[in-house]
Design a protein around this ligand. Structure first.
Ligand code: NAD
Ligand code: 6OD
Length: 489
């Protein structure tokens, strides 16, 4: 008889099942096998987690000197690195992504997100102003930063550890306590992080994890809980709207990193091979499940046909396969449900008369993995900008390509979207890059690169891609409150 393991909630330093006994399945996207049953937190568990977090703020965590807190966060980063292979296996099992990708991106960033924000809070100055007063004696003002309180962290499934720690790192560095709601698709690394917190001595209740879904489940219970002070969320724009409504009750602060429909712009003067490589990564990395990924590619007309042909070769060279196989170029989508969504767009593209350059369906896979949520990398041309394929976020390994004739046209096309997350521009003319980059309505514009991240820089989305900026000192704007002290001399 095989025993199925249970992934538990982590509340006040303890791993706990749900009092209701409710559990749900965590299945592998590679072959559909059952990985674990997950304890679904109900209102009692969410309430217990929020209370534990609040109690932690009133306890040793709330009184801890910054230097000691910083040392604890360095210890968390070190312990993640010490247990690197455990985190890698858990992340790869939940997501099905190539182990090589998780090894160089997800897990190292999971550790770095604690280190970098510990460094930030260690070094950040506060402001000070002298002012004159009618009696000539003057006054001084200084600002102190205090933690926001209990922060709800609601996360997606595409880069589970990376995106969760991107919020938890700064929240803890600033002295808050957190309740994390990982995606129901990827519960494992957030749970494993509970072991790390206990191992290095982070006080009980500072880091809590509740598992479950969105509406009518842990996500909704957490975001509408009166005991939380702020919600930081990464996920779909539609979900952000629901969370914003929940957060309105009690006027909770929100920080949102939401969906995108990002443009890539390729000029004829680019380094052609580098551009094909860069756009290839932007379209296909993580099976297209990166919020910063490119789903609209605009290529200057003289190189359009050559570029489409080269990107087609790149797509067709990516071998789908098991995560641990070094020859694997692309993993599966996260779930059968998401596969159905992406395939529905593939069908719509055909119905709307797209030219299918490559892909458009499901690859033939060997019997052992045939139950996985596989998808072909897909490129289209020939659709109008009004097509749903060009307008809606698909979140799969696919893009529509279109030719343009002038800089202004390229900028106009890139900006013609309700989203505003990221753009990648490829050109050999840096004057041009400087000229157009600020005109693109996005939070981040890469030039001759993609997903190159300096964690000290502001990160976030414009328009419907988000609210607020996180990264470096910008994270302090959300995770702390400034209090001004004014002293009359
Ligand atoms: P999602 O919005 O479906 O779910 C994200 C999280 O929200 C999950 O934990 C889910 O359980 C929870 N949730 C769902 N409904 C909720 C509700 N009503 N109340 C509270 N919680 C709720 O997103 P996803 O499918 O997990 O992730 C993919 C999406 O995330 C894409 O749109 C992608 O662009 C976006 N994303 C954005 C960024 C960014 O930095 N801007 C990064 C990664 C992913
Ligand atoms: O690199 C990051 O900090 C970040 N938030 C990346 C987001 C990727 C979206 O899928």
């Amino acid at each position: 008889m095989t025993m199925t393991t249970q992934t538990l909630n982590f509340i006040n330093g303890d791993f706990l099942p749900a009092r209701s006994g409710k559990i749900f399945e965590n299945r592998s996207p590679v072959d559909g096998r059952l990985l674990a049953m997950v304890a679904e937190a109900g209102e009692p568990e969410v309430d217990a987690a929020v209370r534990a977090a609040r109690a932690a703020l009133a306890g040793p965590w709330g009184r801890m000197a910054i230097a000691e807190r910083v040392d604890l966060l360095y210890a968390v980063a070190n312990e993640i690195n010490r247990r690197f292979e455990d985190f890698l296996s858990a992340e790869v099992a939940d997501t099905g992504k190539p182990a090589s990708l998780a090894r160089h991106l997800d897990i190292p960033r999971g550790a770095a997100n604690f280190k970098i924000f510990a460094d930030v809070v260690k070094n950040v100055p506060t402001e000070f102003f002298e002012m004159s007063t009618p009696d000539g004696k003057g006054a001084i003002n200084y600002a102190v930063r205090v933690p926001k309180g209990v922060v709800a962290v609601v996360c997606p499934w595409n880069l589970p550890l990376l995106l969760m720690t991107w919020k938890v790192g700064p929240a803890l560095a600033c002295g808050n306590a957190v309740v994390v709601k990982p995606s129901e698709e990827t519960p494992s690394t957030a749970t494993l992080l509970g072991e790390v917190m206990n191992a290095v001595g982070v006080p009980k209740g500072v880091y809590n994890v509740v598992h479950g879904f969105g509406p009518g489940s842990a996500g909704e219970f957490l975001t509408r809980h009166p005991g939380i002070d702020a919600v930081t969320f990464t996920g779909e724009t539609r979900t952000g709207m629901a969370i914003m409504k929940a957060a309105a009750e009690g006027v909770k602060a929100v920080s949102f990193e939401l969906g995108g429909k990002n443009a890539g712009i390729v000029f004829a003067d680019c380094d052609f091979d580098a551009a094909v490589d860069g756009i290839g990564r932007a379209v296909f990395a993580n099976c297209g499940q990166v919020c910063l990924g490119t789903e609209r590619v605009y290529v200057e007309r003289p190189i359009f046909d050559k570029f489409v042909a080269a990107l087609k070769l790149k797509a067709e060279a990516m071998k789908p396969g098991r995560p641990e196989d070094p020859a694997t170029g692309i993993g599966p989508l996260i779930s059968r449900e998401h596969q159905n969504k992406v395939l529905s767009y593939y069908r719509k593209a055909a119905e709307e008369g797209a030219t299918v350059v490559t892909g458009g369906g499901v690859p033939n896979m060997e019997a052992g993995v045939a139950g996985g949520s596989w998808i072909q990398p897909t490129l289209w041309t020939g659709l109008p900008e009004t097509s749903v394929i060009v307008r809606e976020e698909i979140f799969g390994p696919c893009a529509h390509l279109r030719a343009f004739d002038s800089e202004d046209e390229a900028v106009g096309l890139a900006n013609d979207t309700p989203y505003g997350l990221a753009t990648t521009i490829w050109t050999g003319n840096l004057s041009r890059a400087h000229r157009i980059a600020p005109k693109i309505e996005v939070g981040i514009c890469w030039v001759n690169s993609w997903f190159l991240r300096d964690l000290r820089t502001p990160f976030g989305g414009s328009k419907q891609s988000g609210i607020g900026r996180e990264g470096g000192v910008h994270s302090l704007e959300f995770y702390t409150e400034l209090r001004n002290v004014c002293i009359k001399l």
